[in-house]
Design a protein around this ligand. Structure first.
Ligand SMILES: *Cc1c(COP(=O)(O)O)cnc(C)c1O
Length: 398
């Protein structure tokens, strides 16, 4: 018998969901789960949000695709709203996070090139980073498990330990073009860059003529309780990669830049077939209608506080299961004392979905529309899962 027809790149959980509504998912057999993974921070407004569904259906009746050889009005509108709400002056739309990062890296290299410094193409990155799965972004992420077997690593990425300012200073050379980091590392285990570190890196960039690139693919679009996570630090980047939450489940990414940083990207230097597609623009604009509405980010911060306090309480009650609570806003992590996969499975038995991360962490990334009551229900399920692990005789991690 032939094996599955799909590439075997994923070990999939044998659950088949048929429908979703808000934070809830229903399987083909009618079992209901709480989705506190949200497609890994993608379903920012939960499942089947009526405003998003209406926007997509409305656009589907009119026009699906046009190519970037013509004006796409939705692009201009979404770009205008993004630039008005952020540090940026210019936007390039993509279909994914990795493509947004590719655009960001190319924009930084091209900036140095256009300033007569073509040898400056190196980008400093941080251990534990995740920037995507293309050849350049696995080189940027620098994780051996993603690089192995794919030929020579794309040149020009210099990695330093997380949060180590002296190492950043030491890594800057005449060949450095930019510094790239996630304000809150997602896949790396919910590690937050301190405001002081962010400011110090900004200063280093200014001092050495480098561009600061932020990867807000996971932590952006309201996830931490600000529109973008870097706003907590008061520091602005020159270039920023966005994706995941901005599409609410529709494939959409964006590379944002200041006018200065985008200065090298002239006609013909970069392109995309699907990026900025009318369907994606309709959904992206609908996401912003909700996220930028008065009170929405405040709601995120309020629920996040309830959720965080509850998790800290569980940490105190189950010190053998939970070591630490990490992260920001509705991007929270449980660093587990048991195997994180065991805790994930116990949570799934309680019909709560979360997602693993590096450093033995479990990521909790509920839709931003989660209510305080739903957060409490999620906490009750995590509590039952922790209780079971305390009672059972599971191996502790060394
Ligand atoms: C998911 C992610 C990416 C890659 O996004 P894709 O859409 O999978 O290409 C890049 N950076 C961060 C921080 C991410 O979380």
């Amino acid at each position: 018998m032939a094996g599955p027809a799909l590439f075997e790149t994923y070990n999939r959980v044998p659950l088949r969901f048929e429908r979703g509504e808000g934070v809830w998912l229903t399987t083909e057999t009618g079992d209901r789960y709480m989705d506190f993974a949200a497609g890994i921070a993608v379903n920012s407004l939960g499942h089947a949000h009526p405003h998003l569904v209406a926007a997509l259906k409305d656009q589907a009746d009119k026009l699906w695709h046009l190519s970037n050889l013509y004006d796409v009005p939705g692009q201009e509108k979404l770009a205008r709203r993004l630039t008005e709400a952020t540090f940026a002056d210019k936007v390039f739309f993509t279909n994914s996070g990795a493509e947004a990062l590719e655009c960001a890296i190319k924009t930084a290299r091209r900036y140095q090139f256009s300033k007569g410094r073509p040898d400056r193409f190196h980008v400093i990155t941080f251990e534990g980073a995740f920037h995507g799965r293309t050849l350049a972004t696995i080189a940027a992420g620098g994780q051996a498990k993603y690089l192995e077997g794919f030929g020579p690593k794309v040149q020009g990425f210099d990695q330093v330990p997380f949060g180590d300012l002296e190492a950043v200073k030491a890594a800057i050379t005449e060949a450095t073009a930019a510094i790239l980091m996630e304000p809150v590392q997602g896949e790396g285990g919910l590690r937050r860059v301190s405001n002081e570190f962010m400011r110090a890196v900004r200063e280093l960039c200014d001092e050495h003529g480098l561009l600061l690139i932020l990867d807000e693919v996971q932590c952006g679009v309201g996830r931490t309780g600000k529109f973008f996570a870097h706003e907590w630090s008061g520091v602005t980047p020159d270039i920023m990669a966005v994706a995941k939450g901005i599409g609410g489940g529709f494939p959409l990414g964006a590379c944002l830049a200041t006018e200065e940083a985008a200065g090298g990207m002239k006609p013909g230097t970069h392109g995309t077939t699907y990026g900025g597609n009318p369907l994606a623009m309709a959904v992206g604009n609908a996401v912003l209608d909700v996220v930028l509405a008065e009170g929405f980010l405040e709601h995120v911060r309020d629920v996040a506080l309830v959720f965080r306090q509850g998790l800290e309480g569980l940490k105190d009650r189950f010190p053998d299961v939970i070591e630490e609570i990490r992260g920001d806003g509705l991007m929270l992590g449980i660093k587990a004392k048991v195997m994180n996969t065991d805790l994930l499975m116990a949570m799934r038995d309680e019909r709560l979905l979360a997602v693993g991360a590096g450093d033995n962490v479990i990521r909790l990334l509920p839709p931003l529309v989660v209510t305080a009551a739903e957060a409490r229900e999620g906490l009750a399920r995590i509590e039952r899962a922790a209780e079971k692990l305390t009672k059972s005789d599971l191996k502790k991690t060394a």
